[in-house]
Design a protein around this ligand. Structure first.
Ligand code: FAD
Length: 807
C-alpha cells in the first residue's frame, strides 16, 4: 500500500472491482481498491449471480448488454473461472394482458438487436421440463440471460485490474474522508492514511455511511431478499448443458439451474427493509434466518408453476440484503458541492450492471463525461427529497413489491405521495385534477369532470382520453391555463453574466426584454439542456429548464461558473405561475393588467415585468401549445391568487385548466420536442433540430467545435414526426421503427393528436432513411403499425397562430 494514489475505490464487491478494472482499462493505473474485509464481503458473495439485458431505460439496457458481453474477456484476462452460463432465459406470461405486454417487450428486445423470440406454453415447458404450462398465455426467450459465479467474477475483475497495475488492499476499513489543504482527499484507513485525488464510493450495503463521511446522504437502502437451492431434480439432471433461466412474472419468482437442482428466488409483495442507515461496520458474511411466513404466498405460486419442487428437498436457504434506490437503478457519478467524490452504489443488479457502471464512471473521471447518456443511473437524477426516510422506505418497498407486477403506462403509483405540492394543489383537487409526479412534485395530468371518475389502467388509450380531448379543444378554440411550477428557474446576475451565458449557451444572448431558446451543449456537442434565456435587465437573466434536472443542471453550472462576476441562484421554489394559451389568451391577460399586451406592444418572444391581477409578474410571450400564449410567473405566495384571478377573468371566454396530457397532445401536433424524450444528453443540435437556435457565427461557446463538425458532416439521425395507422393505442418511448427488415430508429413520444384527429409520434430515425421519407413500420404493443413521416406538423405548419399572424 502506497500513501498516495490518484484514485481510491472504496469497496471490493462486484461494482468496486469492475470500477477498478475499468479505470485501468482507461489507462488510470495509479489506483487502489480498499476493502474492509475480503472481496465480495457485502451483498456480492451470496448473490444468485443472474444477469439479463432488459431494463425499462434503453440506455441502461445497453450498458447491461455491455456487462454481459464483457464476461468472457474478464474470465480470460483475470485468469479465473467465473462460472459463466449464458443459458438464455424464458419470461412467462400468466394472463392475456401480460402476454400483450410481453410481446411489446419482445419487439423492444428485437429493436435492441437481441435475437429474442416467442414460444407457446408447451414449447416453454419443452425447453424447461419442470414448468407446468397450464394457465400460461405464452413466453418469450431472451438469449442474453444467464448467470455467473459471483465470487469468481468479482475476483476475475480484481485480478485483471491488478495485472494492469492497480493495488487491491484487503482487511482495511476506510474510517474517514477529509479534504487536504489542496484539492485532494485524505483517506484515513485502519492501516494508515492515503492521499488521493479522487475517491469512489462503491461501498454497497455501507454506501450510505460512506456517503455521510463527506456529507452526502445517498437515497439508497438495504432490503432483504430470499432464494432457495434445491437438491437434485431428475428432469434437470437429464438436461445436457445449460438450462434456460425462467422468470414467472405472475408467480413473483425467478429460477435458474444450480448444479442438478435449481435456485428459486422470490420477489414478495410484503418486503422488508434492513439497516436503513447502512449495515454495521462489523457485519460479516452473515445470512438472516429464512422468513417463510413472509414469503409463503409467493413461494406457493412458485411451487404451482414448478410442481416438481413439492417433492424435492431444499439444500440451502439464502436470505441476505442488497441495496435499492427509489427507482431501482444505481447511483453513479459526481456529486455537486463535493469535488472528486464519485458515487458507484445503490446497485441492485450488480451482475447485470457492474461493467456498465465501471465503464461509465471510468469515462467520466477520464473525460469529464460518462461517454453516453446515463441519466437513468446518474446520482443527480434525484433531489434531496429522495433521501428522506419515509419517502425512501415507501418508494423502495413499492419498487421491490412491484418488481414483477405489470406496469401500465397510465398507472399512477401511490408511494411517497403527495410529497411536494404547489399552493394550487387543493384548488386543483376541487377542480377534479388527477395528478402525476415529477421530481416529487404533484403535477395535474387532467381535470376530471366528476369526483367519481376513475381512470382504468390500460395498455391502450384510456377512458380519460375524452377529457384530454376537451382540454385540447379548449386551448385550440378558447384558452387553457397550464401550471408552470414544474419548470426550474435560475437567476443569473452580476457584471459578468452576459459573457458567461454567451459561453455557456449555444444561442445568441437576447437583448433586454426578450427571450430566446438556448440549447446548452457539452464539449462533445451533446445536449445538456433545452433552456430558454430571458433577459430582464442588462445584468439580470433567468434561465428556465426542466424541473427534474435541478441537481443535474446545478452540477453542470457549478462546474462552469467563474469565480467572480456572476451569481446564480435557483429560484424554482420561489417563482411559479401559469402558461395561458389559446386564441382567447390575450383578452384574458389584458383584463388583468393595465399594460398593453397587444402584438405591437408585446410581440412574440418579448418579456415584460408588469402587474397581472394582484401580483407583480414576469410575463413572456411564448407557448408550447402552438397557440398565442403568455407565460405569467409570480412570487410563489401569489401563485394561487393568480389562478383564481385568471379563472375569474377567463370564465366567460372558455378558459379551463389543462394538464400534462393535453400539453403532450398539443405539442406533438406541432412537432415540438421536450427534455427527457426528444432532447437528451446523447442527442445533438443537428439530430434534434435544435441547431436552428445555435449561433454558429457568434464566437466561442461550449461545444462549438463539435457542433460545427456536425454541421459539416450532417447528423446521423433526424428527429421526425410520424403519423401512425393506429386508432386505439399510442406509440411509447423506445418503440422500434423498422424499414426493409431492419430497425432504423425509435419513438421518443407518442400521443393522440386530438385536434388534428391523428395518431402521432416523434421519433429519431437514420438520416439516410428519413430523407426519402418512405413508409415505415412502428411496433406498438408488439404489433406493426404503418407510419408515414410528416414533412410539416399537421397543425398550423407556418406558426401563424403562435405568432398571431393573420392567415
Ligand atoms: C439473496 C440475493 C440474491 C441476489 N441475486 C442477484 C442476481 O441474481 N443478480 C444480480 O445482478 N444481483 C443479485 N443480487 C444483488 C447483488 O448482490 C448486488 O447488486 C451486488 O452484490 C452489489 O455489489 P456492490 O459491489 O455494489 O456492493 P457490496 O457487494 O455490498 O460490496 C461493498 C463492499 O464495500 C466494502 N466496504 C464498505 N464500506 C467500506 C469501508 N468503509 N472501507 C472499506 N471497504 C468497505 C464492503 O466490505 C463490501 O465488500 C442479489 C442479492 C441478494 C442479497
Amino acid at each position: 500500500m502506497k500513501d498516495r494514489y490518484r484514485i481510491v475505490v472504496i469497496g471490493g464487491g462486484i461494482v468496486g472491482c469492475s470500477v477498478l478494472y475499468h479505470l485501468t482499462l482507461r489507462g488510470m493505473t495509479d489506483v487502489a481498491l480498499i476493502e474492509r474485509e475480503d472481496l465480495t464481503a457485502g451483498s456480492t458473495w451470496h448473490s444468485a449471480g443472474g444477469f439479463h439485458a432488459m431494463n425499462s431505460d434503453t440506455r441502461i439496457a445497453a450498458l447491461q448488454k455491455y456487462t454481459i458481453g464483457l464476461y468472457p474477456d474478464i474470465e480470460r484476462e483475470g485468469g479465473r473461472d467465473i462460472g459463466l452460463h449464458l443459458s438464455g432465459g424464458l419470461v412467462l406470461a400468466g394472463t392475456r394482458e401480460r402476454w400483450r405486454w410481453l410481446r411489446s417487450e419482445l419487439a423492444w428486445l428485437r429493436a435492441q438487436g437481441i435475437d429474442a423470440y416467442e414460444l407457446s406454453p408447451d414449447e416453454a415447458a419443452e425447453m424447461v421440463p419442470i414448468i407446468d404450462p397450464s394457465g400460461l398465455a405464452g413466453a418469450i426467450f431472451d438469449p442474453l440471460e444467464g448467470n455467473v459465479d459471483p465470487n469468481g467474477a468479482t475476483h476475475a475483475y480484481a485480478a485483471a485490474a491488478r495485472k494492469r497495475g492497480a493495488d487491491v488492499i484487503l482487511h482495511d476499513r476506510v474510517l474517514s474522508l477529509t479534504r487536504t489543504g489542496g484539492s485532494e482527499w485524505r483517506v484515513e484507513t485502519e492501516k494508515g492514511a492515503i492521499t488521493a485525488e479522487h475517491v469512489v464510493n462503491a461501498a454497497g450495503l455501507w454506501a450510505r455511511k460512506v456517503g455521510r463521511l463527506v456529507g452526502v446522504d445517498h437515497p439508497l437502502v438495504p432490503m432483504v431478499h430470499h432464494y432457495l437451492v434445491t437438491d437434485d431434480i431428475p428432469q434437470v439432471a437429464a438436461i445436457e448443458g445449460d438450462m434456460a433461466a425462467v422468470t414467472d412474472l405472475e408467480g413473483f419468482t425467478y429460477l435458474q439451474r444450480e448444479g442438478n437442482g435449481v435456485l428459486l428466488g422470490v420477489y414478495e409483495r410484503n418486503p422488508r427493509h434492513w439497516a436503513v442507515e447502512g449495515a454495521d461496520w462489523d457485519y460479516g458474511r452473515e445470512l438472516f434466518p429464512p422468513e417463510l411466513n413472509r414469503i409463503t404466498p409467493e413461494l406457493s405460486i412458485g411451487f404451482q408453476r414448478f410442481p416438481v419442487l413439492n417433492g424435492i428437498g431444499i439444500k440451502r436457504w439464502v436470505n441476505g440484503a442488497f441495496t435499492f434506490t427509489p427507482d431501482g437503478n444505481p447511483l453513479v457519478g459526481p456529486v455537486a458541492g463535493v469535488p472528486n467524490y464519485w458515487a458507484a452504489c445503490g446497485c441492485m443488479a450488480g451482475f447485470s450492471q457492474g461493467a456498465g457502471i465501471g465503464l461509465a464512471l471510468a469515462n467520466w473521471i477520464a473525460d469529464g463525461d460518462p461517454g453516453t447518456d446515463v441519466f437513468g443511473m446518474d446520482v443527480a437524477r434525484f433531489g434531496p427529497y429522495a433521501s428522506n426516510d419515509r419517502y425512501l422506505r415507501e418508494m423502495t418497498a413499492q419498487f421491490y413489491a412491484r418488481r414483477f407486477v405489470m406496469a401500465y403506462p397510465n398507472e399512477e403509483l401511490p408511494a411517497g405521495r403527495p410529497l411536494k405540492t404547489t399552493p394550487c394543489y387543493d384548488t386543483f383537487r376541487e377542480l377534479g385534477a388527477r395528478f402525476t409526479v415529477n421530481w416529487g412534485l404533484e403535477v395535474p395530468m387532467y381535470f376530471a369532470p366528476s369526483i367519481d371518475f376513475a381512470e382504468t389502467s390500460t395498455l391502450g388509450r384510456s377512458n380519460a382520453d375524452p377529457i384530454v380531448a376537451e382540454e385540447v379543444a379548449a386551448v385550440r378554440n378558447a384558452a387553457g391555463a397550464y401550471e408552470i411550477a414544474q419548470y426550474a428557474r435560475y437567476e443569473v446576475t452580476g457584471p459578468g453574466s452576459e459573457r458567461w451565458l454567451d459561453h455557456l449557451l449555444s444561442s445568441r444572448i437576447p437583448s433586454v426584454g426578450n427571450i430566446r431558446l438556448a440549447p446548452m451543449l457539452n464539449a462533445r456537442g451533446w445536449l445538456m439542456g433545452d433552456l430558454s434565456v430571458t433577459r430582464l435587465d442588462e445584468d439580470r437573466f433567468w434561465l428556465t429548464g426542466s424541473y427534474s434536472l435541478q441537481d443535474w443542471h446545478g452540477r453542470w453550472f457549478e462546474r462552469n461558473l467563474p469565480n467572480h462576476g456572476v451569481e446564480m441562484r435557483n429560484i424554482t421554489d420561489h417563482r411559479m405561475g401559469f402558461s395561458v394559451s389559446g386564441p382567447g389568451s390575450r383578452e384574458i391577460v389584458q383584463r388583468l393588467t393595465p399594460d398593453d399586451v397587444s402584438d405591437e406592444a408585446f410581440p412574440f418572444l418579448a418579456v415584460r415585468e408588469m402587474d397581472v391581477g394582484s401580483a407583480r409578474a414576469v410575463v413572456g410571450r411564448i407557448s408550447l401549445t402552438g397557440e398565442l400564449g403568455y407565460e405569467i410567473v409570480v412570487p410563489t405566495d401569489l401563485h394561487r391568487t393568480l389562478l383564481h384571478e385568471l379563472r375569474a377573468a377567463g370564465e366567460d371566454l372558455g378558459l379551463r385548466p389543462i394538464g400534462d396530457r393535453a400539453l403532450d397532445s398539443l405539442r406533438i401536433e406541432k412537432g415540438y420536442g421536450i427534455w427527457s424524450t426528444e432532447f437528451r444528453q446523447d442527442r445533438t443540435p443537428g439530430m434534434s433540430g435544435l441547431d436552428r437556435f445555435v449561433a454558429f457565427d457568434k464566437g466561442e461557446f461550449i461545444g462549438r467545435e463539435a457542433a460545427l463538425r456536425e454541421r459539416e458532416t450532417g447528423a446521423r439521425e433526424s428527429l421526425v414526426l410520424l403519423e401512425l395507422d393506429a386508432t386505439d393505442e399510442d406509440a411509447a418511448q423506445d418503440d422500434g421503427i423498422w424499414f426493409e427488415g431492419r430497425c432504423v430508429g425509435s419513438v421518443t413520444s407518442g400521443a393522440h393528436g386530438h385536434h388534428v384527429g391523428k395518431t402521432l409520434a416523434l421519433a429519431y430515425i437514420d438520416r439516410a432513411v428519413a430523407e426519402p421519407a418512405p413508409e415505415l413500420s412502428v411496433f406498438v404493443l408488439g404489433e406493426p403499425k404503418t407510419a408515414r413521416i410528416l414533412l410539416e406538423p399537421p397543425y398550423d405548419p407556418k406558426g401563424h397562430r403562435l405568432r398571431d399572424i393573420a392567415g
